[in-house]
Design a binder for this molecule. Structure first.
Ligand code: NAD
Ligand code: SER
Length: 320
C-alpha cells in the first residue's frame, strides 16, 4: 500500500493506531478521517486529516481520488452497549459503512482493506473457554450481528472479487490515551481511571465476570503485523481470533491493589451484564499464531503497572 485512508481514526483504537501506521507508511501517506468534530491535536498535526462520515459515499470517493488512496483501515463503528441503545444506527454505520468501504476498494482496485471484528461475534452456544477459531457464531447484540455479517462480507469480497480484506476479532482493548466509545468492556478501562482519581470504582458487571482483554500496545502490534503479513500465506482473512489475557473484575481489582492498597470496588450490574455473559471467557488464537506469527507481550500485572504509571502522571498534571 502507498496511501492509506483511516476511517474512524479519532476513536479509542484509531487515535493510537493511525499514529503507528504513519510511522511505517509515512505521515503524508496516511490520511486520518472521522465524523467527530474534535479529533486530537496529535492526529491533526501529524498528517492529513479529513472530515468523513462513512455513510457518505460521494465524500469517500472525493477523498480517495484526491489522495490516490490504495488501502483503507475501517475503524468506524457503533460498539456493543451504544448499539443496544440504537440498534438501527449500529446496523447502518457498521454494515452500510462497511459496504461503502468494500465497494470503494473494489472499484479502485485497492491493495488492502483492514476492518476489525470482535469477540462480540460470539454468543450463547459458543464454547465459553478457549473459544475455537471455527465455532458457533450466534450473537445476541446488534453489534455482534454486524460483526458476524462483516466477517462474512469481507470473506465474500476476498473470494468473489479477489480483494485483500483482513480483520481480527479484537478482545476488549484497554488503553490510556482515548476513552473507549460505548462498549461492554469499557469497565476494564474505567476501573484504572477511577482507581487513580478516586481510589474506588462502581462496576457495571459482577466481580466474577471474566472476558478476554488486550493492552493497547499488543492491539497495535497485532493490527500492524496482520496488515504486513503475506496475503498468500493467510488461510483465514476477516476473522482471526486474537488473545492476550483473560481475568475477572476481582482479579483486575486485586492487581490494582498491589499498587493502590486501599482500592475499593462496588458492583451494580446493569444491562451490560447480559452482553458480557454472552461472550467467551478466553480465546484460542492458534490460527493467528500459525498464519502470521501473533504473540502478545502483556499480561494483567504488566498492564496494570503501566496503566497506573501513565494515569498517575496524567492525574498529577490535571489531565484526567
Ligand atoms: P470507538 O467507538 O472508540 O471509535 C470509533 C470511531 O468511529 C469514533 O471516533 C467515531 O467518531 C467514529 N464514527 C462513528 N460513526 C462514524 C461514521 N458514521 N463515520 C465515520 N466515523 C464514525 O471504537 P474503537 O474502540 O476505536 O473501535 C474500532 C474498531 O475496533 C471497531 O470496528 C470496533 O468494533 C473494533 N473493536 C474494538 C474493541 C475495543 O475494545 N475497543 C474490541 C473489539 C472490536
Ligand atoms: N469492546 C467492545 C465492546 O465492548 C468489544 O467489541 O463493545
Amino acid at each position: 500500500m502507498k496511501r492509506i485512508l483511516v476511517i474512524g481514526s479519532a476513536g479509542q483504537i484509531g487515535s493510537e493506531l493511525t499514529l503507528e501506521i504513519r510511522k511505517i507508511w509515512g505521515n503524508e501517506n496516511v490520511i486520518a478521517s472521522d465524523v467527530c468534530s474534535n479529533p486530537s491535536q496529535k492526529l491533526q498535526e501529524s498528517g492529513p486529516y479529513e472530515s468523513l462520515n462513512i455513510l457518505d459515499r460521494p465524500r469517500m470517493e472525493e477523498i480517495v481520488r484526491h489522495y490516490a488512496i490504495d488501502g483503507i483501515v475501517n475503524l468506524a463503528a457503533i460498539l456493543s452497549a451504544n448499539g443496544e441503545k440504537n440498534p438501527l444506527k449500529a446496523w447502518d454505520v457498521n454494515m452500510n459503512g462497511l459496504i461503502n468501504v468494500l465497494e470503494c476498494a473494489r472499484e479502485h482496485k485497492m491493495s488492502q482493506v483492514l476492518t476489525p471484528s470482535s469477540i462480540a461475534a460470539f454468543g450463547p452456544g459458543t464454547p465459553l473457554n478457549n473459544t475455537p477459531q471455527e465455532t458457533v457464531l450466534r450473537p445476541t447484540t446488534m453489534y455482534g450481528v454486524t460483526k458476524v455479517a462483516g466477517e462474512l462480507l469481507g470473506n465474500y469480497y476476498v473470494q468473489k472479487f479477489g480483494l485483500d480484506v483482513r480483520g481480527l476479532r479484537y478482545p476488549g482493548i484497554i488503553s490510556n490515551e482515548t476513552l473507549p466509545g460505548g462498549g461492554t468492556t469499557d469497565y476494564a478501562v474505567a476501573i484504572y481511571y477511577d482507581a487513580v482519581k478516586y481510589g474506588k470504582y462502581t462496576c457495571f458487571v459482577r466481580e466474577d465476570t471474566m472476558l478476554p482483554m488486550m493492552y493497547m500496545p499488543d492491539c497495535l502490534k497485532a493490527t500492524l503485523d496482520l496488515m504486513q503479513a503475506d496475503f498468500s500465506k493467510l488461510k483465514h482473512h476477516g476473522d482471526f481470533n486474537v488473545a492476550a489475557m483473560s481475568f475477572t473484575v476481582k482479579e483486575q481489582a486485586d492487581s490494582i491493589r498491589k499498587y493502590i492498597p486501599g482500592f475499593e470496588v462496588t458492583y451494580e450490574p446493569d444491562y451490560r451484564q447480559a452482553i458480557a455473559d454472552s461472550w467467551p471467557r478466553s480465546i484460542d488464537d492458534s490460527a493467528a499464531r500459525e498464519e502470521w506469527g501473533w504473540k502478545p507481550a502483556y499480561d494483567l500485572d504488566a498492564m496494570t503497572q503501566d496503566m497506573l504509571k501513565v494515569l498517575k502522571a496524567k492525574h498529577a498534571k490535571g489531565l484526567i
